[in-house]
Ligand binder design. Sequence first.
Ligand SMILES: Cc1cc2nc3c(=O)[nH]c(=O)nc-3n(C[C@H](O)[C@H](O)[C@H](O)COP(=O)(O)OP(=O)(O)OC[C@H]3O[C@@H](n4cnc5c(N)ncnc54)[C@H](O)[C@@H]3O)c2cc1C
Ligand code: SF4
Length: 328
Amino acid sequence: MINFDYTKPSSVKTAIDALNRDATSQIIAGGTNLVDLMKRGVVAPEKLIDITRLPLKNIELHGNIVKIGALALNSDVAEHPLVVQKLPLLSQALKAGASPQLRNMATVGGNLLQRTRCSYFYDTVMPCNKRSPGTGCGALNGYNRMHAIFGASESCIAVHPSDMCVALAALDATVVVNSNKGERRIQFREFHRLPGNTPQKDNNLQRGELITGVEVNVNDDFSKHCLYTKIRDRASYAFALISVAAALDLNGSIVQDARLAMGGVAHKPWRLTTAEKFLKGKAISTENFQQAASIALKEAKAYGYNNFKLQLAPNAIVETLKTICGIS
Ligand SMILES: Cc1cc2nc3c(=O)[nH]c(=O)nc-3n(C[C@H](O)[C@H](O)[C@H](O)COP(=O)(O)OP(=O)(O)OC[C@H]3O[C@@H](n4cnc5c(N)ncnc54)[C@H](O)[C@@H]3O)c2cc1C
Ligand code: SF4
């Protein structure tokens, strides 16, 4: 780990000014991801801007929108009565992530920007286009059990590791960012990127931008029928092999509208929009859910060690939808 300067501003403006002053500076919030990356030599910021003093811990209802500050802790968001009642899918996803100790440190902003858990990315002697562009992708023909089945490229087959983000994708959240140019709102599906030829870029945040919060519209129909399913190697804490965030707006036994997103399958939380369209107007049944899952998997491609995801993913979709609807 290299030496670094450390500053702890107390206003959003001072934090943004500090970020703009020095191109080698980096924001630190809970530090649960960034410190690991620094210890392993994956990143080496020369200045850390500790934002934990900024007034960005709010969790509030404004009209029909839940506004959550970037520094709200994962544990506080998961347990907040507003989130439990109005956005149960988000609460469930957060509780499925990491361990209670980690959730007590991890922030919403940091969770959005956490880096992939691809082991080649963390091992600085291995080739990795995300860490060192142009060196190749160690996972492509390597041990790729945790890796993507959607939207990957020859440059990178990593997945985004967050649980929270899968629920936020399904709920069509908005990310609010601030810079010295003012405030900008980014639709969740536009926030994270697919790898293409530039896997070193995880998202569309610009240099000098600070995440100040996320906003989620409340939809009481979706809140009544939703579920986050996470399949992982151990129950205590582990990243998702596959996860599914699903919410249904039901009129009796007919699906009026559906929201489906998956984690552990792509470089970004993966919305299953074609399956959502298919489900609209359909009756709730195992057959329709199986068809939706097979539509969702049409574009899937596995890389060897992760072939099992081609079966696990549709099974997880079907079981999640059946559980929501009480079909055994
Ligand atoms: C052992 C372990 C298990 C885990 N398991 C899971 C899991 O199962 N599911 C899951 O979802 N996560 C899991 N995590 C990841 C954890 O949720 C993230 O590390 C955490 O959410 C990051 O938040 P942080 O505040 O600590 O971010 P930091 O480590 O402080 O920062 C992460 C990144 O975000 C940037 N950043 C932070 N805040 C802002 C902001 N407001 N604006 C701009 N940039 C910002 C930083 O510069 C840095 O690049 C696990 C982590 C560990 C260590
Ligand atoms: S999958 Fe992406 S992060 Fe992993 S080795 Fe390949 S380029 Fe690096």
